[in-house]
Design a protein around this ligand. Structure first.
Ligand SMILES: *Cc1c(COP(=O)(O)O)cnc(C)c1O
Length: 400
């Protein structure tokens, strides 16, 4: 789990850091300390590996997508199947790791923010697994859009708190979770769901998600005896992407391609493509690219997929963008929905709408690769949660 980045203050080049009220400095330092000790402790690694194997179901397969490859006429497409993890997405990799850290910290209560509900479900699951209390903060608008996940969380024994401030979505839910954490530090760990926020979260979440890339690299070398030409992942906060990218960063010949939500097009308020329409700023504890107006007010965002619908992006991605080591691009709603249908019909796999952005990028850009090149797409989650949303989206299109 070793990486040279970030520095001791959490900086990835000019990005990252810790921008929080004084009251949160000590718990963040404590978390950093406990994590550093755990990282060097073979017993922690053994424990984490046990839960990832026996409970999450790892390693996840690397599937050669034969029919998709044939349909596009190459490159050779492999799918990293994070959709097959327990609870249906990559989020659980990070949550199990953080729950084990919480136990080492002597905490008995987990709290989390959630947008689409996937991270909330993963946290509620881990709380049940380890016999901890759980509260999940969720915007009221998101609770209505994602009623199924609210039901799942409550069934798992979690309390779901509706957040009614502002836009009533993810950004406000993060604020409320931070407030809860400040007031309940003694027994509570805040399980942040993506590679974002104040140090040490972007580092910890990356490290727990790096299992995706480590497995994928080993699996492709075993299957093909060579590295891929590109690794492609969708980017919300950036955790599934940094998780798979991290194992390939040193392999300079491997293109790393992050796909953001282009929504309805790159018009302010209509998308969540931070690298296409954002500027450097500070939001929710860290410095990165942020969608903001000329006065620094945070812009509204839009995406058909709730998991990519956020105004900023993890600081390590900001650095990889500026150094050119990774490329960032976007896919609009209509193409993402088409990607969902294509993968379903070509491979019998319903991808999450988030992952469908990465699928769609490959469908549209297959011509950039030689027929014999290999590409790996990270299928970050399964699409069952999205079927209602997609049905409504299609109905909206047909009545236009
Ligand atoms: C939450 C989520 C995402 C976006 O989050 P990242 O931190 O960018 O990975 C992507 N895919 C799925 C299935 C999700 O649940």
């Amino acid at each position: 789990m070793k990486s040279a980045r970030p520095d001791s203050q959490g900086h990835f080049g000019p990005y990252g850091g810790i921008f929080v009220p004084e009251t949160l400095m000590e718990p963040l330092r404590e978390l950093t300390r406990v994590y550093k000790v755990a990282q060097k402790d073979p017993a922690f690694k053994k424990e984490l590996d046990y839960y990832l194997r026996e409970y999450v179901g790892r390693p996840s397969p690397l599937w050669f997508a034969q029919r998709m490859t044939a349909q596009l006429g190459g490159p050779k497409i492999y799918l990293k199947r994070e959709d097959l993890n327990h609870t249906g997405a990559h989020k659980i990799n990070n949550v199990v790791g953080q729950a084990l850290l919480a136990r080492r910290l002597g905490k008995t209560r987990l709290i989390a923010e959630t947008g689409a509900g996937q991270h909330g479900v993963a946290t509620a699951t881990a709380a049940a697994l380890f016999g901890m209390e759980c509260t999940v903060y969720m915007g009221k608008v998101d609770m209505e859009r994602q009623a199924l996940n609210v039901f799942r969380m409550e069934s798992l024994g979690a309390k779901v708190v509706a957040v009614t401030a502002g836009q009533q979505t993810l950004k406000e839910a993060i604020n409320e979770a931070m407030r809860d954490w400040v007031s309940n530090l003694r027994n509570t760990h805040y399980v942040l769901g993506t590679a974002f926020g104040p140090h040490p979260y972007p580092m910890i979440v990356r490290d727990f998600q790096s299992v995706i890339g480590k497995e994928a690299r080993k699996q492709i070398l075993k299957a093909e005896g060579r590295l891929p030409a590109a690794v492609i992942a969708c980017v919300g906060g950036g955790s599934n992407a940094i998780g798979i990218f991290s194992a390939f960063i040193k392999d300079e010949g491997v293109r790393l391609i992050g796909v953001e939500a282009g929504g309805l097009g790159i018009v302010p308020g209509k998308h969540a493509a931070r690298f296409a329409g954002g500027k450097v700023g500070v939001l929710q504890g860290t410095k990165s690219y942020v969608l903001q107006d000329d006065d620094g007010q945070i812009l509204l965002t839009h995406s058909v997929s709730a998991g990519l619908d956020y105004a900023s992006v993890g600081p390590e991605h900001a650095m990889l963008h500026d150094t050119g080591r990774a490329e960032y691009t976007y896919i609009e709603d209509a193409d993402a929905v088409a990607g969902f249908d294509q993968l379903a019909q070509w491979e019998g796999i319903l991808p999450a709408l988030e992952s469908s952005h990465a699928i769609a990028w490959v469908v549209k850009n297959a011509g950039q690769f030689a027929k014999n090149d290999i590409v790996i797409i990270n299928v970050s989650g399964r699409g069952d949660k999205d079927v209602q949303q997609i049905a409504e989206w299609k109905k909206g299109q047909s009545t236009k």
